[in-house]
Design a binder for this molecule. Structure first.
Ligand SMILES: [Zn+2]
Length: 200
């Protein structure tokens, strides 16, 4: 997904007051961005669609080990439209929706991690997941923020979209090519989901 670069670079993400309220759900719908002819962000042979799927599979196995039910919108390299992703995931109740992407922009020095939400409940989930991701990765914090991306705007579930770093930024690209980094992203998302569920 292409990042919108604001004219003003925000140095702080603002203070969130996350309510200590437990969330009750059993299922995590995991959405690996792009796929098939839609490669997403790309630099040389590094494709966003592959990075997103690998991270999604890692997240799936970690969540399963912890007793969550999981479903994936795609499990291999094929195209699935945004409406298909939404109608598939909206069949689930008692669930949350996590879309995984890596970022791209024509400015090669732009870096960092950002998490998007649309609904109020999505915001709470995004704040937990985002702060856990920043803690795990110790990367540039581009904040948890509101956006009208199709999959989160049309989801009936608490929904977030994670951008795990910039394919267009060399140091971040080199990190995300390494399995340990994608594993760290998956761990950060798991931490955040756990904190969202427990309300702490
Ligand atoms: Zn994307």
């Amino acid at each position: 997904m292409k990042a919108l670069i604001p004219f003003v670079v925000l140095l702080a993400c603002g203070v969130f007051s996350v309510s200590a309220e437990a969330a009750n759900f059993r299922t995590v719908v995991i959405d690996a961005g792009h796929g098939g002819h839609d490669s997403g962000g790309q630099w040389g042979k590094v494709y966003e669609k592959h990075l997103a799927l690998d991270t999604a599979v890692r997240l799936e196995s970690k969540l399963k080990r912890m007793g969550y039910q999981t479903v994936m919108t795609r499990r291999s390299d094929y195209f699935i439209s945004l409406p298909q992703r939404v109608s598939f995931s909206n069949r689930y109740s008692n669930a949350i929706f996590v879309s995984i992407h890596y970022n791209y922009t024509w400015k090669p020095n732009v870096s960092g991690l950002e998490t998007f939400y649309y609904s109020e409940e999505g915001k709470r989930l995004a704040q937990h997941v985002h702060s856990s991701l920043i803690k795990r990765t110790r990367t540039v914090d581009r904040c948890a923020k509101y956006a009208r991306y199709y999959v989160i705007r049309n989801s009936t579930l608490p929904a977030i979209l994670v951008e795990g770093g910039f394919v267009s930024n060399e140091p971040e690209r080199n990190r995300m090519k390494a399995a340990w980094f994608r594993d760290t992203i998956a761990d950060g998302i798991v931490d955040g989901i756990q904190r969202y569920r427990s309300g702490h």
